[in-house]
Design a protein around this ligand. Structure first.
Ligand code: SAM
Length: 254
């Protein structure tokens, strides 16, 4: 049966690759590399750099996967569902064409495959649609961990929980029952509207890359600076990936 590894590759620094990820890479012979256009060229380049640096057998192949745009109009969840269906068809056809019955393929996933990534849902859909496929998931270092490490902080405060969410959800307000909230995928800078609350922010962009930027402080004090730095960096590079932790200030815990 065809087999694939879904391998977490970290978020920008090839040194994020774990020993387990490198071993899995070396058991595969075909690497499927998503191509999301110019904006994501940096991500594609890292995947290729990882193959060149860590794959020891000379006879491996890379296969480019043309990733279609997700529809931005209509209901969000319906749009995502429809997009996953199309991706499952594209990947399914490529796996059938490019992998022989006993070949092993690899999907190189940004960060960790279990955190805000579609790959595992797409693999599941391929199987539901009838593709005979075995798969194994190799965890990776996530932007969530790199953010905390670079700021040298624990994600949780003592005895409290941590919520992972998106900018879209945070735009509805800071959750009443949350203490520490890590926000990914924030295209709207939802933090900017929360400056009247007693929150601290730990922000990071391009983590793990040579362009990394970090800022931290009371949200009310650093909000405008982060917004300006973010805008300027985005214009300069043509793309940005940023993540932040918002947490209630220690004083509130008494
Ligand atoms: C589709 S999610 C993928 C998350 C990924 N699976 C992970 O484990 O980090 C993309 C979001 O992850 C965050 N992210 C990923 N890489 C990042 C990086 N190098 N620096 C800052 N944020 C990053 C950003 O919030 C970005 O919008």
């Amino acid at each position: 049966m065809r087999r694939i590894f879904v391998i977490g590759i970290g978020v920008g620094d090839p040194d994020h690759m774990t020993v387990q990820a490198i071993k899995a890479l070396n058991r595969a012979s075909v690497f499927f590399i998503p191509d999301k256009g110019a904006e994501k060229a940096a991500l594609r380049d890292l995947r290729i750099a990882i193959c060149e640096r860590f794959v020891e057998k000379p006879a491996y192949r890379t296969v480019a996967v043309e990733v279609p745009q997700r529809a931005s109009s209509g209901d969000y969840l319906d749009g995502v569902d429809e997009w996953h269906g199309r991706l499952a068809d594209i990947y399914g056809a490529l796996l059938e064409r490019e992998l022989g019955e006993d070949d092993v393929g690899a999907l190189l996933v940004w960060g960790d495959p279990t955190i805000y990534d579609s790959t595992l849902r797409i693999v599941e859909q391929m199987r539901v649609k009838g593709l005979a496929l075995e798969f194994e998931v190799i965890p990776g270092i996530s932007s969530v961990q790199v953010l905390a490490a670079r700021h040298r902080i624990a994600l949780n405060q003592i005895g409290e929980g941590v919520l992972l969410t998106t900018g879209r959800k945070l735009a509805e307000g800071f959750p009443d029952d949350a203490d520490s909230v890590v926000v990914l995928l924030d295209g709207v800078q939802a933090f900017a509207r929360l400056a009247d609350q007693n929150l601290e922010i730990f922000w990071g962009a391009y983590l793990g890359t040579e362009h990394e930027i970090l800022r931290a402080g009371k949200l009310a004090h650093v909000r405008d600076e982060i917004a300006a730095v973010r805008r300027e960096a985005r214009e300069r590079h043509g793309w940005i990936m940023d993540i932040y932790l918002l947490r209630r200030s220690e004083r509130e815990h008494g």
